[in-house]
Design a protein around this ligand. Structure first.
Ligand SMILES: [Mg+2]
Ligand SMILES: [Zn+2]
Length: 191
């Protein structure tokens, strides 16, 4: 059997990007999709370009929600997207934090952005070509991770808009919001 060619993907951050809340998020009522995003995701779904989410969810380490609870929220988001004929192919999240309340999550892991453990995992599981993929984020950790993973990076000015200033890193592109970012990504993955 011929080996399938490695494919480009759209790699989204969750909070402040897929959903319009850039803060800690653990309740159903906080899961509001960013305006117009379903239609933009649908474009990639139809082109068979995987759309994945990679997100730090320290809410688990802080004891606000269980890992299963996070999985349930992601199912809820996909249910909402599916109403518009769109879907996220896979959600990946890091439940850890180096100073977590819960001891079992208090670790220096390889999956918390700006580390790229989850990018590598996704690339392996979904046969991705990271060099041809696009990372869209609203914080410096998203951009640094995207760069370390060799993807093209787009920082959006909405959400946190890179104003966390935690890591000194420069995105390849900076645009107003996630809709503009996904429009730009259409062109970038064709290259
Ligand atoms: Mg974010
Ligand atoms: Zn982790």
């Amino acid at each position: 059997m011929a080996r399938r060619q490695k494919q480009p993907a759209i790699i989204l951050d969750r909070d402040g990007v897929l959903i319009d809340r850039p803060l800690l998020t653990w309740r159903k009522s906080q899961m509001k999709l960013s305006k117009g995003i379903a239609g933009e995701i649908k474009f990639f779904n139809e082109k068979k370009v995987p759309v994945i989410v990679i997100t730090n969810q320290s809410v688990v380490a802080r004891g606000l929600i269980s890992e299963k609870g996070v999985v349930n929220l992601h199912e809820l988001l996909n249910k909402r997207l599916k109403k518009s004929g769109a879907h996220v192919d896979k959600f990946y999240f890091c439940p850890h934090h180096p100073s977590a309340n819960l001891k079992r999550y208090r670790v220096i892991c390889q999956c918390r952005k700006p580390k790229i453990g989850l990018f590598k995992k996704a690339a392996k599981e979904l046969n991705l070509n990271l060099r041809k993929s696009v990372t869209i984020g609203d914080m410096t950790q998203d951009i640094l991770a995207g760069k370390r993973a060799k993807t093209t990076t787009i920082l959006i000015e909405s959400g946190r808009g890179g104003r966390d200033y935690k890591f000194n890193t420069k995105p390849d592109y900076k645009v107003k919001n996630v809709i503009k970012a996904l429009r730009l990504a259409r062109r970038l993955i064709k290259r």
